[in-house]
Design a protein around this ligand. Structure first.
Ligand code: BF8
Length: 672
């Protein structure tokens, strides 16, 4: 075993305090037994910066960093704190906050750009590796990009050639990143009153890249020094993410790889198999993972694995790649963000294949302790450690690359050491709830509609809807807040839509099964889940797929009876264990789309009370949504429930919740 990097004096994490998940606890203990350091240990040994955490450290020029700690006892009277240039705490916190939005929006949107480029190659027929799988979805998104789907020939309206539609969609989509004039097409998909608000405020994104670039300019030393103006630019960039880069990523991925429909899988580290070649795919872009899935299912690859003594090939996903291949192929989710090192520590990971985002550099150090081949695949995401193999993935030779990667994993199976220990824990899960499949499942076989959902919200069986999303964070007990928030919501009849690592956490806890409704839900939600046959927590995909939540909310508005705008709905958002800049971008586009959004842990705005108050109170007057913060998961859930109840009252449907008894006709209507 290779030398371990753990320092002599360092403390070890308590496995029970570090995670609620038994598989994770076992693997943390296993790491300790083997002398291998993980993120859980590092979190015990290094505390976060008390000033940075509050958003009041400015390092945007070389006169600083200027640190503006809050005085003991808080601000009494005028806030006189300022940096060398005179920047106030509000300016500094707002600059830092919108730089986080820029980072998050850039990550999501660059992912989207990558998909759009592959889509253009497909449309131009430059590659036959990827093909358009879902023409129905292509036709449904085309009008939103101002692409005609019919043509008039000799006075007769005919369907337009699908290749022509694909090419124009590809070109229009790709232009959204840098078009010189106009605003993003997809913003018009929002409910009209919301679109009008954005227009009036002047926050309609002009193009995706420009809004991100402008954040970097405005937050350069000596430019924008007004927190309200700074956050306005943050809003433009965040909307360019949610209603731009992320939404395009989701749509084009669906067109290329198929729009998800419900399917079953398993989740947690226990999905790895000792007698199989285990390949863990980790990161975000399905461009890579789709090809790995297809290659690992090829009979010749399975035969090759058998020739090396394995019984087959077991794929597993980590992070949002897990969500992507789960929702389209039922590939098991091996774990969340905080379990990436642990998958290698099983000793059974023959290859970990990574692309972009949320990948610890530390996985390379852990891989050194085992036989695991760590393979980076993206030109913008390499690692300095010398045990890392880089195989650049490109749509023009994707098949060959995927085959090379899968063969490396198979060849490596025989190099396993004796130290294999796979935790037994795993849970059954159902995912694949796209906007389209929810409509189909709730609306019945003949006429898909969201009205069934609205009807059940109006009659009070479903109290409201919550989007619970986001990361794990090693500063808090792994999955504890995720699961506590979700269980408290469904116990109170709130239907949960989940994405990202929350989706994986819920899968690991068994909450993505229809059977969990009878165990954890209030009577109204349990009844709906039983009749319709859905889980109380609907897995809607990866973090870019938070765009699905925006569109689902828009469909609910369209279905009628619950107001005219997203901010009218009994709806709330949550990221209980957030950590990434992407979460801040998502949070902000939720807020700017009218969603009351609660984050756990802390927000990097607390050191600037005026700016913090602007986010948590004033924004609501403009967009109808606002930020909130609550670390305690039960209080967190109840803030969301209180907001849902407030909206029910405003809609005049608060009394309906008293009458949840259903007669036979009601039940039949539910299943219609
Ligand atoms: O984009 S939830 S830890 S995996 S950032 Fe990362 Fe957070 Fe997980 Fe996906 Ni999203």
């Amino acid at each position: 075993m290779a030398e371990v990097t753990k320092e002599k004096e360092s403390k070890l994490a308590d496995p029970i305090a570090a995670s609620i998940d038994p598989a994770t606890q076992e693997m943390i203990q296993r790491a300790h037994d083997l002398g291998i350091e993980t993120v859980f240990d590092r979190a015990v040994n290094m505390k976060p910066c008390a000033i940075g955490i509050q958003g009041i450290c400015c390092k945007n020029c070389a006169m600083g960093p200027c640190r503006l700690p809050l005085p003991k006892g808080g601000i009494i009277g005028e806030d006189t704190r300022k940096g060398l240039c005179g920047a106030t705490a509000n300016t500094i916190a707002a600059r830092n906050f919108i730089r986080m939005i820029a980072g998050g929006a850039a990550a999501h949107s660059d992912h989207g750009r990558g998909v759009a480029e592959v889509f253009l190659s497909v449309a131009r027929k430059e590659t036959d590796t990827y093909k358009i799988k879902d023409t129905k979805k292509l036709i449904s998104i085309a009008p939103h990009l101002d692409v005609a789907t019919t043509v008039e020939v000799d006075g007769e309206v005919k369907d337009r050639n699908i290749d022509e539609i694909a090419l124009e969609v590809a070109e229009k989509a790709l232009a959204e990143w840098g078009k010189p004039e106009g605003t993003l097409y997809y913003t018009k998909r929002a409910p009209k009153p919301l679109y009008e608000k954005w227009k009036k405020q002047g926050v309609l994104p002009r193009n995706i890249d420009r809004e991100i670039c402008e954040i970097m300019h405005r937050t350069h030393m000596g430019v924008d020094q007004d927190y309200k103006n700074l956050i306005k630019q943050g809003t433009r960039a965040a909307l360019g993410d949610g209603w731009g880069g992320s939404m395009l990523a989701t749509d084009l991925q669906d067109v290329l790889f198929g729009t998800p429909t419900p399917l079953q899988a398993e989740a947690n580290l226990g999905v790895m198999k000792e007698d199989h070649v285990n390949i863990i795919v980790h990161g975000h872009e399905p461009i890579l993972s789709e090809m790995i899935v297809a290659t690992s299912q090829k009979p010749e690859m399975i035969e090759y694995a058998k020739s090396k003594g394995a019984k087959g090939i077991q794929l597993g996903g980590i992070c949002c790649t897990a969500n992507e291949i789960f929702q389209r192929h039922g590939v098991p989710q091996a774990g969340t963000f905080l379990q990436q090192e642990l998958a290698i520590i099983t000793g059974a990971c023959d290859a970990m294949v990574v692309d972009i985002q949320c990948i610890f550099q530390a996985v390379a150090n852990v891989a050194k302790c085992f036989h695991t081949k760590l393979i980076t695949t993206h030109p913008i995401a390499k690692m300095e450690q010398n045990n890392v193999i880089h195989i650049e993935f490109d749509e023009h030779h994707a098949k060959e690359d995927a085959e090379k990667i899968v063969r490396i994993a198979i060849d490596n199976y025989q190099n396993r050491g004796v130290e294999v220990m796979i935790p037994r824990h795993k849970a059954s899960s159902i995912g694949g709830f796209s906007v389209e499949s929810i409509e189909y499942h709730l609306g019945g076989s003949f006429r898909g509609t969201y009205y069934t959902l609205n009807d059940n919200i109006i009659n009070g069986r479903i109290r409201g809807v919550a989007g619970v999303v986001g990361c794990n964070n090693a500063r808090t007990r792994h999955n504890e807040a995720h699961i506590a928030v979700v269980k408290e919501l469904i116990k109170n009849d709130v239907l949960v839509l989940t994405t990202g690592c929350n989706g994986i956490a819920c899968a690991m806890e068994g909450l993505l099964t229809p059977e969990s409704a009878a165990v954890y839900c209030g009577p109204g939600l349990a009844e709906v889940c039983e009749v319709v046959g859905i889980p109380p927590v609907l897995h809607m995909g990866s973090c870019v797929d938070n765009s699905r939540l925006l569109l689902a909310a828009t469909e609910v508005v369209k279905a009628g009876g619950l107001g005219n705008d997203i901010c009218d709905l009994p709806l709330a958002g949550s990221a209980p264990e957030w950590m990434s800049e992407k979460a801040i971008s998502i949070g902000h586009y939720f807020v700017a789309s009218g969603v009351y959004t609660v984050f756990g842990l802390h927000l990097p705005t607390e050191g600037a009370p005026v700016f913090h108050n602007y986010l948590s109170n004033e924004l609501e007057k403009i967009y109808g949504g606002k930020w909130d913060l609550e670390a305690d998961p039960i209080k967190h859930a109840h803030l969301m429930i209180a907001h849902i109840d407030k909206k029910r009252k405003e809609l005049g449907i608060d009394k309906a919740r008293d009458r949840v008894l259903m007669d036979m006709a009601d039940r039949q209507a539910l299943g219609a």
